[in-house]
Ligand binder design. Sequence first.
Ligand code: SAH
Ligand code: SF4
Length: 432
Amino acid sequence: MSDKTARVVTYGCQQNENDSERIRGMLLEMGYILSDSADADVVIFNTCAVRDNAEKRVYGNIGALKAFKDKKPGMLIGICGCMAQQQHVAQHVKKRFPFVDFVFGTGALHRLPQILYSAEKQRVFDTEMKDGEIVENLPHNRQSTVTATVSVMYGCNNFCTYCVVPHVRGRERSREPGDILREVEGLAAQGCREVTLLGQNVNSYQGIGFPELLERVSKVDGIGRVRFISSHPKDISDALIGTMANNPKICNQLHLPFQAGSNRVLTDMNRRYTREQYLDIIGRVKGKMPDVALTSDIIVGFPTETEEDFAQTLDLVREVEFDMLFTFIYSKRKGTPAEKLPPALTEAQIKANFDRLVAVQNAISLKKNKALESTVQRVLVEGYSKSNESALTGRTEGAKIVNFIGDKSLIGEFAEVRITHAATWSLTGEIV
Ligand code: SAH
Ligand code: SF4
């Protein structure tokens, strides 16, 4: 099988990207050559179920593969990830996409070798949810040698009423600190300088607790920066804020999703904090780290959200002044409690609110980035700039992208860069 090619297409969050790195690692160990070609011998779609538009894209792209498979019948096509974990999706694929050879859920990742072997003979559907399992030591084909994501826990127990994640990723389970540290040590030995610890809600990391885990990861030789996502406001502690403020390797950057600015909507979402509690956390964070970079997730158009409720979201965004926002229009998810709620606003009203929110935030992002002009930032150089191959790109401690001219020997190193120009999404600078 030495000349067979395999292609992995990833949708969705950093956890999915991390899973895809492990899928590629397993494919390499099985002797496949990784490829981006549309008619690779094996094509795997690692899918996202958080919103409907991600699901639609997957169906469209799978449909487009049929023409390739007609020309090359030996091709194997598979779907995995969060969509595949939903029984109604697996059934739909079984019926409507007969040319899809294998479907496996989020808990079956490590069985890929057997799944592929069986799929040569007959269609495979491995989507049973087995809760509580953690499989260590899968091979990992990393996208970058400079930065890496490291899962510290899987699953979610929070059951926000709009969200499919607890249904497709199972209950929370934390990896052992020893396993996490071994992974980080291995990364550092290969030149990695920055790790982002991943979990749906890292603040409920069990055992030694998340602040202590952060401390231990930051002590690994060679690791210069530690970040983490996501935090749930209901679980954020003063211990965590103190650890972030006191440990120079833990970036003064916090992604703290608030989802909605109205207490009534927050209750309907089952978020278990109020607007006031959220603002109080932000106040404490800014009190300890005046230079902190803040980002958040917001849903616009949750079914019970009225114009007055939305006004409170806008108001909160203006008050906090986030560096950047991830804004989403509510998407109805099968099997979630919010699915049954009738919408208070029309689609047109929701879209108009979404556009207003984006406009308000873009102005804030630009203002905050402009404030960095003429300052010198410590940048971890990650590689060549996407838009300009002759420039380098990296990130500040606050995770802002900086493009600048420099020698390629700087890749993987920290550089002091003076910011010469700020735009809404990125910064331009020069080496000092
Ligand atoms: N565990 C993380 C979020 C994971 S999902 C957390 O709670 O912070 C990432 C984001 O997608 C969420 O924060 C939310 O803003 C958004 N999201 C989740 N379900 C959604 C839905 N049904 N419609 C629209 N956006 C959704
Ligand atoms: Fe979804 Fe809420 Fe869990 Fe985040 S905390 S993954 S939004 S259920």
